[in-house]
Design a protein around this ligand. Sequence first.
Ligand code: PGA
Length: 251
Amino acid sequence: MRVIVAKDYEELSKKAANIISSQITLKPNSVLGLATGSTPIGTYRELVRLYNEGNISFKEVVTFNLDEYYGLDSNNQQSYAYYMNQQLFNHIDIKKDNINIPNGMTEDIGLECKNYEKKIRQANGIDIQLLGIGRNGHIGFNEPDVKFEALTHLVELDEDTIKANSRFFASIDDVPKLAISMGIKTIMQSRSIILLASGAEKAKTIHHMILEKITPELPASVLQLHPNVTVILDEEAALLLTEGDLLEMEA
Ligand code: PGA
C-alpha cells in the first residue's frame, strides 16, 4: 500500500483527481470504479474543473459505481444515481450508455447482481477503483461480517451505516435497510485502487486497515493483499499513524 498524507481535504481531493486524470490521459477509454458519500465530492469537483479547463475528456470512459440503495429509483434525491448525476455526470461529456450503477428498483436482485458482474467482465475489468471507507471499515456496502462476500450482492446495512447515512435523509427511518453492492472480490479484481479518508473519526479504522489483522470484521483490511492500492488521507485521518509506520509503508 502506498500511503499519501495530504495536509487537508482540499489537497486530498486534488491528489485523487490528479491520479484519475492521469489514468484517463494515458488510457482515454479507462474503466473507472466510482464511490459515493461525502469524501469523494471534492475529487469529483476537481475532475469537473479539469474537464472544464480542457485537460481531460470522459467521452470514452466507462464507469461502474460500487453500490446503490435497494428500493430507491434514480430520480430519488437520496439515490446514488442521483448523487452521481449531481456531483459528476451532469457536468462532463460521459456517454449515458457508459454509466453503470446497480439498479435499486430491480425486481430480480439475483439477476441484477449477476448482470452487473458480467458487464464489468465485458468491459475488461476496472482500471482504477475509487473507494471511501465507513467508520466500521466497510468498502462499498460490504459491512463487517464473519466472511468476505465475494461478488455483487444484496446487503443488509449495518446499524452504524444507517446512523452515519441518516444525515442525508429527513429521518433515520427513511434510510433504506438494504443495498446492492459490489463484493470484495469484485473490488479486489480492480487493477488499481485509490482509497480516500478524511477526518479524525476515520483515524482508528485507517490504522486497522493498514497495520492490523486482515479480517472480514473490518472489510477494508483485505486491501493489504492488493498489489496496487494508494491510500490518500488528510492529516486528521492519519492521526494514529506514526512517522515510523509511514516510512515502513514506503520501504
Ligand atoms: P463518507 O462515507 O465518505 O460519507 O464518510 C464513506 C463510506 O461510507 O464509504
